[in-house]
Design a protein around this ligand. Structure first.
Ligand code: C2E
Ligand code: CA
Ligand code: CA
Length: 403
C-alpha cells in the first residue's frame, strides 16, 4: 500500500540519553518513514551543537527525563536559540508531567507537535510527525485560509518553483524608474501562481523564511546582472522578515553575494515591515547598522500600521519610508488618512528619509501624489509586479513615453 505521508523533506533531531531508545527511534525514522536526515543526541549539549551546525532542523523529538540537563531545560534553550521548528515529547513519565511539559512548550512559543508514550510505535510517530504541516495552519492566527503545506514550500525551494516578480519604483517628479521591488510568487505545479499571502506567514514560523530570503537574493543578483547588461542600473528592493534580523551572519552573506557579483551595495534596498520590528532587539540593531555602514539601503515598509513608529525611526538607520498603501488608497476620500500621509511626509523629510507612496493604483492618485510631496511612487497604475522578461519590455516602453 502507498503511504499517505511524505517525510522525505524533513530533518529531525532525536534527543534521548538512552542509546537504545534513540537508536531505535532513529532507525524507524530513517528506514521506515524515510526522513531526509535524522540526527541523534544523547544529551542536551550535543543536541544544541547539532542544531547550530545542521540548520534547518524541522523537528526535535525529545525525552523529558534525562540525566544532567533534562527535557524541560531543552525547551527553554530552544526558545533562547529562537528555534522555529516543531517539538515533540517522547516520554514514559506520568501524563500530568507530560501535560505540564506541553504547557511549558506553548508558553515558550515553540510549535508543539504533541507527545507520545514509550515504547514508541511506528504508527504513533507517523501521527505525531503528520502534525507538522497542519500545526502551522492551526497555531497561526494570521495565516491566511489556504496556506500551503510545509512540504509544498520546501519542495518549492528545492525545485526552484519560487519566482521573483518586479514592480517599478518611479521618481515622482522626473517620472524616471529609480528601482524595482522584488515580490515573490510560487509557481505551484498544480495550483499555478500563488501569492505571498499564502506562504510568507507559514515560512516565517519556521527557518524556511531564511532559505526563501537567500533564494530571492540569489535570483535578484542574477536578474540584476541581466538588467545591467541591457543598460539598466536599477536599485532592487528585497523584503526581509523582521525575524531574520536576529541572524548576525546576514550582513556578511548579503555583502559577499553583492561583491562576488560586482554589484554596488547602494543598489540593494532591504524593506522591513514596520509593525513587526522590535525596538529593543540588540541583534536587529547590530545587523541593520552593519548593513547600513556597508552601504545597503534600508526602507521601513507599511509605515503607519505599527505602534510607536517614531521610536523605530529614531533607533534604526533607515534611508526610506514607505507609507502603507491603505493610507494612500483612502487619502482621496478620508481627510484623516490624507493627514497621516501629509504628516508622515513632513516627518520623513525632517529626518532626511526618502518617501515612497505605494498603492498608486488610479489616475486620481497618480495626479495627487504630485501635491503630497513623496519622492517615489509605486503602484498598479504604472505597473503590476512583472516577470523579469516583461520588466525589460516595460522599461523600454516607459522610457519612450517619458523622455
Ligand atoms: P509589501 O512589501 O507591502 O508589497 C506591496 C504589495 O502591494 C505587493 O503585494 C504588491 O503586489 C501590492 N501592490 C502593488 N501596487 C499596488 C496597488 O497599486 N494597489 C494595491 N492594492 N496593491 C498593490 P504582494 O506581491 O502580494 O506581496 C504581499 C506581501 O508579501 C508584501 O507586501 C511583502 O510584505 C510580502 N512579500 C512578498 N515577497 C516577499 C519575500 O520575498 N520575502 C518576504 N519576507 N516577504 C515578501
Ligand atoms: Ca515591501
Ligand atoms: Ca507595503
Amino acid at each position: 500500500m502507498k503511504p499517505t505521508y511524505d517525510f522525505s523533506w524533513m530533518c529531525c533531531l532525536v534527543i534521548d540519553d538512552s542509546h537504545s531508545v534513540s537508536n531505535y527511534l532513529a532507525a524507524i525514522l530513517r528506514n521506515s518513514l524515510n526522513l531526509k536526515e535524522v540526527y541523534v543526541a544523547y544529551n542536551v549539549n550535543d543536541a544544541l551543537a547539532i542544531i547550530d551546525s545542521h540548520s534547518p532542523i524541522h523537528t526535535v523529538l525529545c525525552d523529558l527525563n534525562m540525566d544532567q540537563v533534562d527535557g524541560l531545560e531543552m525547551i527553554r534553550l530552544l526558545r533562547e536559540k529562537g528555534f522555529k521548528g516543531y517539538f515533540g515529547i517522547i516520554s514514559s513519565m506520568a501524563s500530568k508531567v507530560i501535560n505540564s511539559a506541553e504547557q511549558l512548550t506553548k508558553a515558550h512559543n515553540i510549535n508543539l507537535l504533541g507527545s507520545i508514550a514509550k515504547p514508541v510505535s511506528e504508527e504513533s510517530l507517523i501521527k505525531l510527525l503528520s502534525g507538522v504541516g497542519e500545526k502551522t495552519k492551526q497555531t497561526s492566527s494570521t495565516t491566511k485560509v489556504g496556506s500551503l503545506k510545509i512540504y509544498e514550500l520546501i519542495r518549492g525551494i528545492e525545485k526552484h518553483q519560487f519566482e521573483v516578480f518586479y514592480q517599478p519604483k518611479i521618481d515622482s517628479l522626473s517620472r524616471q524608474v529609480v528601482g524595482v521591488e522584488a515580490l515573490t510568487r510560487l509557481n505551484h505545479p498544480r495550483q499555478g501562481l500563488i501569492f505571498p499571502d499564502r506562504f510568507i506567514d507559514a515560512m516565517e514560523k519556521t527557518t524556511l523564511i531564511n532559505d526563501l530570503t537567500k533564494y530571492v537574493l540569489n535570483n535578484v543578483v542574477k536578474d540584476w546582472l541581466e538588467f545591467n547588461k541591457n543598460g539598466y542600473q536599477l536599485n532592487i528592493a528585497v523584503n526581509i522578515s523582521p525575524g531574520e534580523l536576529s541572524n548576525l551572519d546576514l550582513p556578511d552573506y548579503i555583502c559577499n553575494l553583492l561583491s562576488d557579483n560586482h554589484i554596488p551595495t547602494h543598489l540593494l534596498t532591504l524593506e522591513i515591515t514596520e509593525s513587526a520590528l522590535d525596538i529593543n532587539s540588540p541583534e536587529a540593531l547590530e545587523v541593520l547598522n552593519r548593513l547600513s555602514m556597508r552601504g545597503v539601503k534600508l526602507s521601513i515598509d507599511d509605515f503607519g500600521t505599527g505602534h510607536s513608529s517614531l521610536e523605530r525611526l529614531r533607533v534604526y538607520p533607515f534611508d526610506e519610508l514607505k507609507i502603507d498603501k491603505s493610507f494612500m488608497l483612502n487619502s482621496s476620500k478620508s481627510d484623516n488618512d490624507r493627514s497621516i500621509v501629509e504628516s508622515s511626509v513632513l516627518l520623513a523629510k525632517r529626518l532626511g528619509l526618502k518617501v515612497v507612496f505605494e498603492g498608486v493604483e488610479s489616475s486620481d492618485l497618480y495626479q495627487m501624489t504630485g501635491n503630497l510631496g513623496g519622492d517615489i511612487i509605486q503602484g498598479y497604475y504604472m505597473s503590476k509586479p512583472m516577470h523579469k522578461n516583461d520588466l525589460l519590455t516595460w522599461l523600454k516602453k516607459w522610457k519612450a513615453m517619458n523622455s
